[in-house]
Write a protein that binds this ligand. Structure first.
Ligand code: 5GP
Ligand code: MG
Length: 489
């Protein structure tokens, strides 16, 4: 169905230049064209702006007169698409996806958007999130003889829509029925022969927003992608809401599941781009505020504040402003590191850090450094960076983290499925300090973290990876042990 099915030649294990961690954050983007837009190029630029949400694979599906075709491949948006490919993709609507692999391994079949045929025609699905009951539903279907072509949750969603489509009067009912069954995190963009639908799960765990460009509508994971294509932000899709876009009408259905709003707080800490807004709160301001509160919570006498690029920079600026300690650019990141073809084992992870980062001796030598990063997950990268500063002559390195210790696995975007990979799950703060080789170590408290997204209600976040307080009961089918088996740990 995709024009470049031959891309399946990518058999080897590919991981992006970023090490995989616990959460997942894919990027989704869609356009309903009411003007004379080049939809494929528009989605291309939208995905480009969402590249930070996933670097493993990407794809674009277009709808031309109800026929859906597409192109997808492993790698960055700029590597997968060429002018010639984009020229071939034309239509009335288009959706795209950048993937950070979680459920379903790293392979071409699992790239999105997923294109499926069903009774009423074709549909394409782009999904950001992770269902906690997908394996159970899938098993039921398989027991009834269903065949699956991918190992993704998204195909389970496509099956549910198709099955309910047979019984329901319209797509709307089929989607509502599907939402009653699936559990977990999902921000979805679905393209059918004549409509574009945007759906956010009842907890609003992942972001999704609506924009407008001339008379055309856009759906995107983050507002930065709207700005990238010159579109105007209209509003966020609400938790549990389905929006249908057809022609110049935009219609909303609010499913009434009465779930509490639980945006993944890691969007503010790490995933989203600082120039984005989610549910009314600025990511940049949240990170500045987290850094400011961190300086109050864990003050230290030092000469220079340094942020780990790129994720720690904004919080470091906030820390510097609050503490009065000057901010300096003492770690230089190579911005041209492409996709690295490395085996995702611990040893290679440790080695890859030097390619990405270098320490600026002239700025560091003889100084007491406060080193700020957004999070510690495994502790491997952090250890390497502390060592790098010491090797460059730092007198002291005081590590400050603008989020609490990650102690619990995330079931709504699983990558590390097991606690044993999370350094804070089985070490005290003092032990972690010792492992990473810092002179002191301080994490932001959960209370302070929840203060940081200014403008968003404090109780509207999922903090399960810090507190173990999961918004959704993790079904028994997903025990930690099974997760480990599923992910080969
Ligand atoms: P660690 O010391 O735990 O090996 O690495 C810490 C770094 O991992 C931090 O700089 C943080 O930005 C990054 N990080 C945290 N969560 C994630 C994630 O889910 N995915 C990726 N790729 N990096 C993450
Ligand atoms: Mg980082």
């Amino acid at each position: 169905m995709y024009k470049n099915e031959s891309m399946a030649e990518y058999e080897y294990c590919i991981i992006s230049q970023f090490d995989d961690k616990i959460h997942e954050a894919c990027g989704v983007f869609g356009v309903y064209n009411n003007d004379d837009l080049d939809v494929a190029r528009l989605v291309y630029f939208g995905l480009y702006a969402l590249q930070h949400r996933g670097q493993e694979s990407c794809g674009i599906a277009v709808n031309q007169d109800g026929e859906i075709t597409g192109h997808k491949g492993m790698g960055l948006v700029s590597e997968v698409f060429t002018e010639r490919i984009l020229d071939r993709l034309d239509g009335k609507m288009a959706i795209g996806h950048t993937r950070y692999s979680t459920t379903g391994g790293s392979s071409i079949e699992n790239c999105q958007p997923l294109i499926a045929r069903y009774k009423d025609g074709r549909m394409a699905i782009a999904h950001n999130g992770n269902l906690v009951n997908a394996s159970k539903i899938r098993l039921e279907f398989e027991n009834q003889g269903a065949i699956f072509q991918t190992s993704t949750d998204s195909e389970v969603i496509a099956n549910l829509i198709s099955r309910h489509g047979l019984k329901c009067r319209n797509l709307e009912e089929a989607l509502i029925k599907t939402m009653e069954i699936i559990e977990g995190s999902y921000s979805l963009i679905i393209m059918t022969s004549n409509k574009l639908a945007g759906i956010r799960d009842p907890w609003g765990i992942r972001p999704l927003c609506i924009g407008k460009l001339y008379n055309s509508y856009i759906l995107a994971s983050e507002t930065c992608a709207l700005e990238a294509v010159g579109a105007e932000f209209i509003r966020d899709v609400e938790p549990g809401e389905i929006v249908f876009i057809e022609g110049d009408s935009i219609r909303s259905i609010k499913t009434n599941y009465n779930k509490p709003h639980r945006l993944c707080i890691f969007e503010h800490i790490y995933f989203a781009r600082p120039d984005s807004f989610i549910d009314g709160a600025s990511i940049y301001n949240a990170r500045i505020e987290a850094g400011r509160l961190l300086a109050i919570q864990h003050p230290v006498d030092a000469d220079l504040v340094v942020g780990v690029p790129d994720s720690g920079i904004t919080a470091a600026i906030g820390f510097s402003r609050q503490s009065g300690i000057p901010y300096g650019e003492a770690l230089i990141k190579n911005r041209y590191v492409g996709r690295t073809f490395i085996q995702p084992n611990q040893k290679m992870r440790e080695q890859s850090v030097n390619i990405k980062l270098n320490a600026l001796r002239t700025e560091i030598e003889g100084k007491r450094i406060v080193l700020i990063d957004d999070s510690i997950v495994r502790g491997t990268t952090t250890k390497k960076i502390v060592q790098m500063l010491k090797n460059a002559g730092a007198k002291e390195v005081h590590m400050r983290i603008s989020s609490p210790p990650v102690k619990f696995p995330c079931y709504f975007g699983i990558d590390i499925a097991s606690k044993e990979h999370l350094i804070a799950a089985n070490h005290t703060i003092e032990e972690i300090r010792d492992v990473i080789g810092a002179d002191s170590l301080g994490f932001l408290s959960v209370e302070n973290l929840l203060e940081s997204p200014v403008g968003a209600p404090k109780n509207s976040f999922c903090t399960a990876c810090f507190t173990g307080d999961y918004p959704i009961n993790v079904p028994q089918g997903i025990s930690e042990k099974q997760n480990c088996e599923r992910f080969g740990y």
